[in-house]
Design a protein around this ligand. Sequence first.
Ligand code: FVH
Length: 291
Amino acid sequence: MDVMNKPNVTVIGLGQMGAALADAFLSAGHPTTVWNRTPGKADALVARGAVRAATVAEAVAASELVVVCVLDHPAVRELLAPVAESLRGRVLVNLTSGSPEQARAEAEWAAAHGIGYLDGGIMTTPPGVGDSANMILYAGSPELLAAHRATLEVLGDPVDLGPDAGLASLYDAGLLGLMWSVFGGWLHATALAGADGVAAKEFTAVANRWLKTVSWFLSTYAEQIDAGEYPGSDATIDIQVATIGHLLEAGEARGIDGRLPRLHLELMREAAAAGHGGDSYARLVEIFRGE
Ligand code: FVH
């Protein structure tokens, strides 16, 4: 703790993301110790006031809160297993991406060594770190998150997913899947509009408003999914099978690749063929579940 009462923080891993995390802690006035396998990547942070640790052990010893953000979970284990005893009694915040299974294994390893553990998912890219509009997902110990919330808030808005350490990775993977689906739909639509001379910026201004309506659809359909009932009282799968035909035709007429809308059509037809054409689009969740 320094004179400004900001707790010390250690950041291990100074790739694009780790450097942004350390930078955010420094900007908020936290005494920040850094370590990276390639030491030169710490230079700019040291010039801004960070303390360079010569070893991982030195980095761990400098702070109660130790943030690690490296390539993957095997790299985390490789770095931290030799310093497990030094980590005992400290709090390890692992912001490295991985699978839910890897996160749970890391939490078990930490518990076996008396290390407090929070697993995290950073829901932004490095330039978005430090902006409270962006979420950082945490799972593993609501008590530890509450105790260190003021420090972790510096990185982005902390979202508590509860005690199952695997959930931050699970949400992260699912949310990235959602992002890629949105990117795909948007790029397909932008190519379609662009074929008639509409600039991407012009189309995207309207698309962004549409996404707010789509977000409202999601909330409505989430209730249906939790209830296991999919009343087609707003729009049926049958009507959407007919509607997507317009998208396919417009795309074909303009030479636009139709693989993405054809996949949607295939899923809708499968639901309709199973007798669910009168249901809402949310019924497709059962296809994804393999039901
Ligand atoms: N960049 C992003 O937008 C995403 C956003 C969401 C979260 N991801 C995850 O963050 C982890 C780090 O990603 P990154 O973007 O910082 O990646 P790089 O810039 O490539 O830096 C990688 C760092 O990992 C170090 N490293 C790799 N292997 C080892 C190892 N065996 N032992 C020690 N350190 C290792 C590497 O060190 P060096 O190459 O500089 O010596 C970098 O510090 C990642 O899980 C993303 O999925 C980022």
